[in-house]
Write a protein that binds this ligand. Sequence first.
Ligand code: HEM
Length: 429
Amino acid sequence: MASEQRTLVFNVFSSHPVLAAVVLILTVLLAPTSYKGFSGPTSTLPGTFISRWTDLSVRVRTLLGTRAQYVHRLHSTYGPVVRLGPNDVDISDVDAAREIHRVRDPFLTSEFYGVGLRVTSLFSTRDPHFHAQRRRLIGPYFTEASLTAFEDKVSGLVQATVDGIVKEARKTGCADILKWWTLMAMDVIADLTFGESFGMVEKGEKTQFADDVGMLGSILPLRTAFTIIFALGPYLPFVPFFHNIAVARERVFTVQQKRYARFMELVQADDGAKSKSIFGALVKKSGESELTPMDLIVEAQSFITAGTDTTAVTLTYLIWAVCRDEEIKLRLLRELESLPAGFKSSDVKALPYLNNVIGEALRCYGAAPGSLPRVVPPAGATLAGHTIPGDAIVSTQSYSLHRDESIFADPEKYISSFMHAGCCFADCG
Ligand code: HEM
């Protein structure tokens, strides 16, 4: 039988020399890749057969918005360590996650963070020294004690947002709460950076700036899955897709530049802008600061990018999760009724069920559920019992960590997923 097959192949190739040449060339070209798939550094790790050669399955899921669920399914099949591509590994193990995300190296953030950016920020930098220095400057203003100084200002915007939601619901029978939380988050961050909000909550509608930020955020999956496409952007400015992105970026930058100029006028006029915002505390009246004007503009924008959708999406899911369950809603309302008139954040902080509701919204519907990629140090690492090669990209995703069945008895269930052992926010009374 084998000799018959050999004869058949010989006959086909001898009567089709071009086909034979193509097969030969492909074999020579693909042999090293094929060999690497079976003997490469991640080849011994659990994962799909195809992931030995390509991470295309994950990239496609990134584009479809189902990456976290796909990687979670892979963990259910292959265990806590799973190969996603020849150089990509995802780990769902609490101890390994602690090791990978230690603030002090050695797992540095991957290239994913700086994709398409010309100026780095606290959020996007891959340089640990830059990160440490920026954290030293900005970090102290994000402590609970420092943020309390802005409590009245933030409370005012939150109250105006809730009033807007109620008004819209009374008028139309429903309210677009994702829109309202987006307006609120963006206005609060704008106010805490350059001392003035965008006034969107007051008007109840988005500005061009908010639409531009939303559009730039919506292309993130494409940008992270197929970076190469965006490398072409500067060479193809006439293609509408790239043109619209360039125009939106320019508009966003111009808005922040104008806001910076206005902020500096306020600081120099010493009208209290210094104490009214986080950046006000960073800049001296003379305009001197350890941060350049460009640094401040880029940080202000990165806070908006990192903090708007995350906050708005989390709040939207929280409201949805509470409103669809009468028992949870009534219990929460009963607890909220115990608050004194004119309550402060310190009163709210002490409410166990409210904290439970918030913690569970972050656990079940967290707005950053996907991979946080890091580069394995050159010497390699042993994580969750597996040897991970140096320079591989190792990610963790909260979507899976938050659904760990060894920790949560009923991981998909909002609120009533008690921990197996010890205490957690989900079992407080
Ligand atoms: C519910 C809301 C939020 C969620 C779920 C969230 C999630 C995250 C996550 C998962 C990271 C880590 C990224 C990584 O290490 O790869 C992160 C970092 C960061 N977030 Fe948020 N975030 C939220 C709100 C905000 C807000 C409101 C701001 C700004 C005002 C903000 C600014 C930042 C910054 C600057 C970093 C980088 C910190 C550093 O590297 O030291 N985030 N966030």
